[in-house]
Design a protein around this ligand. Structure first.
Ligand code: GDP
Length: 195
């Protein structure tokens, strides 16, 4: 699929204020600094559509971007940024959960994981919560350019083997790098299939 246009539509903290049209939505989520904004910019071929930052934990909003005047990319707040403090983290968690549980337009959730890290408790718990609530999701490994091809392969195999211990069926997996564009075509083709 080609992306011909990508337009910022609205930012908010309240799922009830999200756009009301019946358009497919693809939401992106992950721990702060996982590379979510960079991935959204890479997918849409825009340098600054989503706000990237070297400082983690900046975006605390639900951001809607209208793609090809047809469907939405939704940038959800990053989670697990301890320096935000407990109360703020709880607020963000509430925003994320109310979006995911109430947004019938959400066709798929892409959960981003930094390919260099061993499975983190917070991500595994979040995946379990998605499973319990029957939320359709895929795993998107980010920053593949930071590992050699062999190390990246091994790391992802190890990650999936750990998931397999508790999941009967594994979610679809994508391997990406915003630095070299890896995985872009695969993700966009997958979205096109679901659209
Ligand atoms: P977010 O907090 O999840 O939105 O993360 P950002 O997209 O702002 O990225 C966090 C940091 O990781 C920034 O310094 C990015 O330049 C860097 N980064 C993000 N994606 C990649 C990638 O695919 N490869 C490399 N090498 N760096 C990346």
């Amino acid at each position: 699929m080609n992306i011909n246009s990508a337009k910022f539509t609205i930012s908010n903290t309240d799922v009830n204020k999200c756009p009301q049209e019946p358009r497919h939505e693809y939401a992106f989520i992950g721990r702060s600094n996982v590379g979510k904004s960079s991935l959204i910019n890479m997918l849409t071929s825009h340098k600054k559509l989503a706000m990237t930052s070297a400082t983690p934990g900046k975006t605390t909003l639900i951001n809607h971007f209208l793609i090809n005047d047809q469907w939405y990319i939704v940038d959800l707040p990053g989670y697990g940024y301890a320096q935000r403090g407990k109360q703020m983290q709880k607020q963000i968690r509430d925003i994320i959960e109310s979006y995911i549980l109430n947004r019938w337009q959400m066709t798929n959730l892409f959960l981003l994981i930094d390919c260099r890290l061993a499975p983190q408790k917070i991500d595994l718990e979040f995946m379990n919560w998605l499973g319990e609530n029957e939320i359709p999701f895929s795993i998107v490994f980010t920053k593949l350019d930071k590992l050699s091809a062999a190390a990246g392969k091994k790391q992802i195999e190890k990650y999936m083997a750990i998931l397999q211990e508790s999941w009967e069926e594994l979610p679809p997996v994508f391997r990406t790098s915003s630095a070299d564009g890896r995985g872009r075509a695969e993700l966009l083709d997958y979205i096109e299939e679901l659209n």
